[in-house]
Design a protein around this ligand. Structure first.
Ligand SMILES: *[C@@H]1O[C@H](CO)[C@@H](O)[C@H](O)[C@H]1NC(C)=O
Ligand SMILES: *[C@@H]1O[C@H](CO)[C@@H](O)[C@H](O)[C@H]1NC(C)=O
Ligand SMILES: *[C@@H]1O[C@H](CO)[C@@H](O)[C@H](O)[C@H]1NC(C)=O
Ligand SMILES: *[C@@H]1O[C@H](CO)[C@@H](O)[C@H](O)[C@H]1NC(C)=O
Ligand SMILES: *[C@@H]1O[C@H](CO)[C@@H](O)[C@H](O)[C@H]1NC(C)=O
Ligand SMILES: *[C@@H]1O[C@H](CO)[C@@H](O)[C@H](O)[C@H]1NC(C)=O
Ligand SMILES: *[C@@H]1O[C@H](CO)[C@@H](O)[C@H](O)[C@H]1NC(C)=O
Length: 289
């Protein structure tokens, strides 16, 4: 099923240049958001031990994604050590997680041919590898932010205020659910005025302590609200957390169940027929490197 939907995205290329795209595109099974090959991290030599370790790591991540929504792994020794992980969003099933991570591991190897460090984001998952330890460090870059070009209708009263309050509340709740080994995932759906439903999702990567998880979510939420507090939906992935919201006309449907399908699958996009609208003067760094 291919659905047409307007999308915008804030892209940051090469960790330096940010471009704003607006595009009207066809959605399909592919739901790639953005790939960051960290060039400053240096290159490895083709068929080197690092390369072999990376391939083994990506293959293991791909295999593990049929078993769980999260996995981290380290392969190799000394300067040939590669650390890696994947995380699927808390609302996708094993099949979707597995197929997302399979595609992601293939694409990251193909597109970041010999970079020692890279990260790839999809609407349903993210995959990352690095020659450095990163699991418990708080990082906010590189991130990817997508939003609907459809604006919130005027009939959705006090939307901005409610979005900010509700998501702040969900972040606080998610920190109370956390244990150090489980992904901090929480989805909330609240109906306002019997006019609209607001679905909020927050999630951190495991091994991030609760304090840093909360910090990550708050920073991501702020960035999302600043750009997209008046949009029908938006989603931001950072290396350590995910924040997204979606809205529904409640008169049209019963309150969506926590496992409702469709809303995520139509968010993906597979091609950019877009045009450059603006260049934002924002310089980003792959923090901590
Ligand atoms: C790397 O390995 C592949 C497959 O094992 C081989 O076809 C290729 O020639 C090798 N390349 C180099 C530069 O050694
Ligand atoms: C992943 O699964 C494939 C197919 O079952 C297998 O050939 C491969 O060895 C596995 N890789 C790892 C690292 O477990
Ligand atoms: C994942 O990372 C944690 C924290 O570094 C470590 O204790 C655990 O052994 C790792 N898991 C695997 C499968 O390597
Ligand atoms: C990989 O690179 C190709 C060519 O640059 C591009 O068309 C494709 O969208 C990229 N895919 C991903 C997943 O980054
Ligand atoms: C956040 O993580 C850093 C390591 O990246 C750690 O030093 C710091 O104590 C953590 N902060 C909190 C509030 O736990
Ligand atoms: C939702 O309601 C608004 C006005 O309240 C309307 O403009 C919009 O078309 C509706 N959306 C759908 C999908 O029906
Ligand atoms: C998993 O979710 C996808 C997308 O929502 C759905 O199409 C598929 O049927 C689900 N698979 C299972 C086994 O539940």
């Amino acid at each position: 099923m291919a659905t047409s939907k307007k999308l915008s995205a804030f892209f940051c290329y090469s960790f330096l240049l940010c471009l704003l795209f607006t595009t009207n595109q066809t959605m399909s099974e592919s739901d790639h958001m953005e790939t960051f090959c960290n060039k400053p991290s240096g290159n490895f030599i083709r068929n080197s031990t690092y390369h072999t370790n990376l391939n083994a790591l990506l293959s293991a991540l791909s295999n593990q994604s049929s078993l769980a929504n999260y996995y981290n792994l380290t392969t190799g020794l000394a300067s040939d050590t590669v650390h890696g992980m994947f995380l699927c969003t808390g609302d996708v099933n094993r099949t979707t997680c597995n197929s997302c991570v399979k595609t992601a591991t293939t694409e990251i190897a193909k597109n970041c041919t010999n970079n020692r460090e890279a990260i790839i984001y999809y609407f349903d998952c993210m995959v990352r590898y690095s020659d450095k330890i990163f699991l418990s460090t708080l990082e906010t870059q590189p991130n990817t932010l997508w939003w609907s070009t459809d604006l919130i209708p005027k009939t959705f009263g006090k939307f901005g205020e409610r979005l900010s309050d509700k998501m702040g509340e969900v972040i606080v709740k998610s920190s109370m659910l956390s244990s150090s080994l489980t992904p901090y995932y929480l989805m909330d759906t609240t109906r306002f005025d019997n006019v609209y439903d607001l679905e909020s999702i927050v999630q951190c990567t495991p091994y991030l302590d609760p304090g840093n998880c909360t910090t990550c979510l708050k920073l991501a939420l702020q960035e999302m609200i600043d750009c997209c507090g008046d949009k029908r939906w938006a989603m931001i992935w950072t290396p350590k957390c995910l924040v997204s919201f979606d809205t529904y006309n409640s008169s049209l449907s019963p309150l969506p169940s926590p496992t409702h399908s469709g809303s995520f699958s139509i968010r993906g996009c597979n091609k950019l027929g877009g045009m450059v609208l603006a260049v934002a003067a924002s310089v980003l760094a792959f923090l901590g490197l």
